[in-house]
Design a protein around this ligand. Sequence first.
Ligand SMILES: Nc1ncnc2c1ncn2[C@@H]1O[C@H](COP(=O)(O)OP(=O)(O)OP(=O)(O)O)[C@@H](O)[C@H]1O
Length: 475
Amino acid sequence: RALRWRPIQPERPAGDSKYDVLCKEEFIELKDIFSVKLKRRYSVKQQGSGTLLGITLFICLKKEQNKLKDSTLDLINLSEDHCDVWFKQFKKILAGFANRPKSLKIILNPQSHKKEATQVYYEKVEPLLRTAGIKTDVTITEYEGHALSLLKECELQEFDGCCILSVLFSSVVCVGGDGSASEIAHALLLRAQKNAGKETDRILTPVRAELPLGLIPAGSTNVLAHSLHGIPHVVTATLHIIMGHIQPVDVCTFSTTDKFLRFGFSAMFGFGGRTLALAEKHRWMSPNQRRDFAIIKALAKLKPEDCEISFLPFISSQDLQERKVEGSPKSGDKDQWQTIQGQILNVSIMAIPCLCSVAPRGLAPNTRLNNGSMALIIARNTSRPEFIKHLKRYASVKNQFNFPFVETYTVEEVKVRPRTNSAPNLEEDAGRHAAASENNFPWNVDGDLVEVASEVHVKLHPRLINLYGGSMEEM
Ligand SMILES: Nc1ncnc2c1ncn2[C@@H]1O[C@H](COP(=O)(O)OP(=O)(O)OP(=O)(O)O)[C@@H](O)[C@H]1O
């Protein structure tokens, strides 16, 4: 389980041995090692494999604030035979970690953030994967939706004519922002439904994704990676993949009354949807600029949406059990839909905590990655200054929900139905529904603009996909 050693001070000419006593025993856990190599010194004149110096262990260290860091440990020994025995033994131990991926399909969005995803990958990620001995195959996406068609249509024929993703790769890795990450998670889940012979027009009880997904944060928003790793840090994300730290994560299905729309982890309707719609209209601005511009413009045009929100409260199996014991009339009855109506400024529906730079504790701090429930946060109509105060609280340590116009629920399902029969009027209110095409309301689903005319039904599916990341308990 662990490797223990006591460092030896270099021999001193005087033969002074008191330093041996001073050196304390040190140790590492074997589960923190991710690679082993023979350490050799090469000189210009020398031919062949160089002079053996010992073995080097590559290890993953836990640092402050959920950060992981790679490091090395040199064990010096000049005997070829001795080092060979240790090298082989370490290799055997490493091969025994079944969760660690051996081959990765990397999907990289070169346009993410300020177009630095390629550089991030080749400078920080690829060298670590190479050291860990993980095979990689990189696709650099060429257009919007490329990742989806690659995974959905299985455009992977070039690999030995075989297109069974799970045969070729142990996992998929996304290098990009939330848009790419969510697109790839959606594609993997769609693929799983197809492979299981399920229809994808209406998805009620989806099957789990077959392959785990790794997320390297390289976008302008990295809420998914941040929530998963506790920090948007590239080396941490890479080491979670290498070490095989798998987390089953809850996923939502988004559907209209007659059609499945997509899989996703979080959504905003009202102010959150309109802000994204405005930002998308100003793509020519830099990511931060267009985000700030859109928030200011959406605040200037702040108006509530008249809607009806129905939801199914989450009842834990423990609560259900207690109710049965108490003989409550509601015992065993999970289907207790509740309805709220009125003027609503914003609705957030979140299956994961949604950590981000503007909300370090998360947009939904009480939700976990896989607690089988999602947060429903409703901001009813209020004055602009009060709403701004509520938004500002996300960045502070104070409770952002402690306002009379904010309501929070822990739910399993939500239906949001705008009650305006007429379509949002672009001419009357250009700012309010700026990017909503005719008859459509803008939704922000994992940072993607989704336009829907009618009711949207969001349903949580516990632990539907495996993602690489740190355990919330440890964070
Ligand atoms: N080569 C490409 N050209 C244009 N768009 C692309 C390309 N490759 C991927 N995309 C699309 O870019 C979208 C956003 O990407 P991503 O989330 O990785 O970056 P981002 O900088 O965080 O973006 P955003 O600012 O929109 O959140 C994805 O939906 C993806 O389909």
